[in-house]
Design a protein around this ligand. Structure first.
Ligand SMILES: Cc1cc2nc3c(=O)[nH]c(=O)nc-3n(C[C@H](O)[C@H](O)[C@H](O)COP(=O)(O)OP(=O)(O)OC[C@H]3O[C@@H](n4cnc5c(N)ncnc54)[C@H](O)[C@@H]3O)c2cc1C
Ligand code: FES
Length: 273
């Protein structure tokens, strides 16, 4: 019998971690293991409400559980944020190509995240850190609106302690009481890059407007378009290249992306929406 590709895998919400006032991580136990690559995405169904695309934030080396970190923004995500442990949801996928991890081997990897954009990148961070000796350096730059909205706070030290070639710097948009760290948009963290750019790959995930300015800044720093990968997390439906909902120029982001090399999309008019 041919399996219906739209039929989700039954999954149970095992735990819910509150990351920020607007972001929660859902620890899901699917009824069968799900193998995925960092950067591939899933369609998550809340029964009776609907489904939406999310990239796992957990390690691709763990197949029996999956973590997905979700910003509350509309119908499906509001319903997800109301769930309690034990709730049943559905997962279908994985879809998309995933991050170009093979191209990162031996290189200085620059990871630039904004807001909940650090969630899909966390899967890549785990993937790289778990094999850290294969990369020259893993440099993580992260920005959020304010200290309360910094996602995965408890893990920053854990990541830098995991291997000698990992560094992490963060910033908040505007000054806040009690905050002694850096202030300014995430692009300001690229002002003092001490990376060998000719031997680097940069990956960025965050709001479209942030991706635009991060890209301009990276080009200004000396990165070439083939060295830049952007998570184009636009609206999606089927996830399988059938409905045409997610096209950008000649590409279907659900199949050809969602992480796209800037070299491929740079000439598409209005590519940042
Ligand atoms: C490949 C992919 C991976 C994603 N990974 C994550 C993730 O790891 N964590 C996470 O929190 N979110 C992620 N998103 C975004 C997430 O899919 C949307 O926030 C979600 O679909 C909103 O559904 P909703 O029913 O709650 O909101 P809706 O009621 O559909 O919309 C509420 C608001 O959100 C906007 N919106 C809806 N979808 C998107 C979208 N794809 N991008 C930007 N704005 C949108 C709408 O325009 C509207 O303003 C990802 C999206 C894609 C395409
Ligand atoms: S989501 Fe249907 S074609 Fe991409």
């Amino acid at each position: 019998m041919i399996e219906n590709p739209y039929y989700p895998i039954d999954s149970v919400v095992e735990d819910i971690i509150t990351e920020t006032p607007t972001i929660k991580t859902f620890v899901l136990k699917p009824s069968r293991p799900i193998k995925f690559k960092a950067g591939q995405f899933m369609q998550l169904t809340v029964p009776g409400v609907g489904e939406a695309p999310f990239t796992p934030s957990s390690s691709p080396n763990v197949e029996d559980k999956m973590e997905i970190t979700i910003l509350r923004t509309g119908k499906v995500t509001e319903a997800l944020h109301e769930l309690e442990p034990g709730a049943k949801v559905g997962l279908r996928g994985p879809y998309g190509k995933g991050y170009p991890v093979d191209k990162m081997k031996g290189k200085e990897v620059l990871i630039v995240g904004g807001g909940v954009g650090l969630a899909p990148l966390r899967s890549l961070i785990y993937c790289l850190i778990e094999d850290a000796s294969k990369y020259k350096r893993i440099s993580i730059k992260y920005g959020a609106k304010n200290p309360e909205e910094l996602c995965f706070k408890r893990q920053y030290d854990e990541w830098t302690r995991a291997a000698g070639n990992v560094d992490f710097t963060n910033t908040i948009d505007v000054p806040a009481p009690g905050w002694n760290g850096r202030v300014g948009l995430v692009t300001t963290l690229l002002d003092d890059l001490d990376i060998d750019i000719s031997d680097s790959i940069a990956v960025s995930c965050g709001p479209q407007i942030m991706l635009k300015f991060v890209t301009l800044k990276l080009l200004d720093c000396g990165y070439e378009p083939p060295q830049i990968y952007l998570s184009m997390n636009r609206k999606m439906s089927c996830g399988m290249g059938k409905c045409g909902r997610c096209n950008v120029g000649p590409y279907y982001l659900c199949v050809d992306g969602p992480d796209m090399c800037y070299d491929k999309i740079k000439d598409i008019p209005n590519v940042f929406g």
